[in-house]
Ligand binder design. Structure first.
Ligand code: FE
Ligand code: FE
Ligand code: ZN
Length: 276
């Protein structure tokens, strides 16, 4: 049993996302809570959300992994950018609560020239201001490739954020295979070692979801260029070992590979055969 899916468009509404994923053979999916480049979010149609909820239960979907807008930078050096990000984060989290119990993944941010020590406090401040004891959504920090001044370039940077969050049961980590590889972790030759390190630094109990991607670049490149499964430098065999690893058992796997629907359908089909 595996939960596998890809990014689907929210443009036709919530139920349509579930139906679209079904056509591709998936049983989980990711979607942007608003335009990935930012911008205003549409008012939510509660009947449509309820319809999706019924659809997910009926079709035994795994937990969904919503994705925050890329432009939302909780640790920008500019205060007005930070404050905008805070309001976006809050609004998106409220929206997520209409579809209870899902994951909401976000990039911790780019600290620009402020440095990690300033950024970690800014990110934690928003989380402590926003996360509520009664919320059903788990917020996920994504492991990053370390491009530019990205926060989350190693497990320690994510741990630093988690340490400062009050409601620790509301926060987890999304393991992006392309990013982890480009950050310098050898998931091809030493997957067990990397997962041991994750466990020692963060704790495997915090591992909630996977972005399953190949990478165009060699280990440690810090460039963040995704590739189709088996078409990049991680390769099919290493990705297969990840999917089959017990540390990832039962987690939703989301493809963020450069593909159209036909390509996603083929990848989902292939990955399902790894679990038989
Ligand atoms: Fe991401
Ligand atoms: Fe990702
Ligand atoms: Zn990426």
């Amino acid at each position: 049993m595996i939960y596998i899916g890809n990014h689907v468009s929210i443009s036709k509404g919530y139920l349509a996302m579930g139906k679209n994923e079904n056509k591709l053979g998936g049983n989980t999916f990711a979607f942007f809570t608003r335009n990935p480049r930012g911008g205003v979010s549409k008012a939510i149609d509660l009947d449509d959300v309820k319809a999706l909820q019924g659809f997910l239960e009926e079709n035994k979907y795994g937990t969904l992994v919503a994705h925050a807008s890329y432009t939302m930078n909780l640790c920008s050096a500019k205060e007005e950018v930070r404050e905008f990000a805070r309001s976006v984060f809050k609004e998106d989290l409220e929206k997520m609560e209409k579809l209870p119990g899902q994951f909401f993944n976000f990039h911790p941010g780019s600290h620009l020239k402020q440095g990690y020590d300033v950024a970690v406090e800014q990110i934690a401040d928003v989380l402590n201001d926003t996360l509520k004891e009664e919320q059903t959504t788990t917020v996920l920090l994504e492991t990053m490739a370390g491009k530019g001044t990205e926060v989350g370039r190693n497990f320690e940077e994510l741990k630093g954020i988690i340490d400062r969050v009050e409601y620790k049961d509301k926060i987890g980590v999304c393991f992006d295979t392309c990013h982890v590889w480009e950050a310098g972790y050898d998931i091809v030759n030493n997957l067990d070692g990397v997962l041991k390190e994750f466990d020692d630094v963060i704790g495997l109990d915090k591992l909630c979801a996977v972005h399953l991607n190949d990478s165009k670049n060699p280990i440690g490149a810090h460039k963040d260029r995704h590739e189709v499964i088996g078409g990049g430098q991680i390769g099919e065999e290493a990705l297969k070992r990840i999917v089959q690893h017990k540390a990832f058992e039962g987690k939703p796997f989301i493809l963020e590979t450069p593909n159209n629907d036909a390509g996603y359908k083929k990848e989902i089909e292939l990955i399902k055969t790894w679990m038989i």
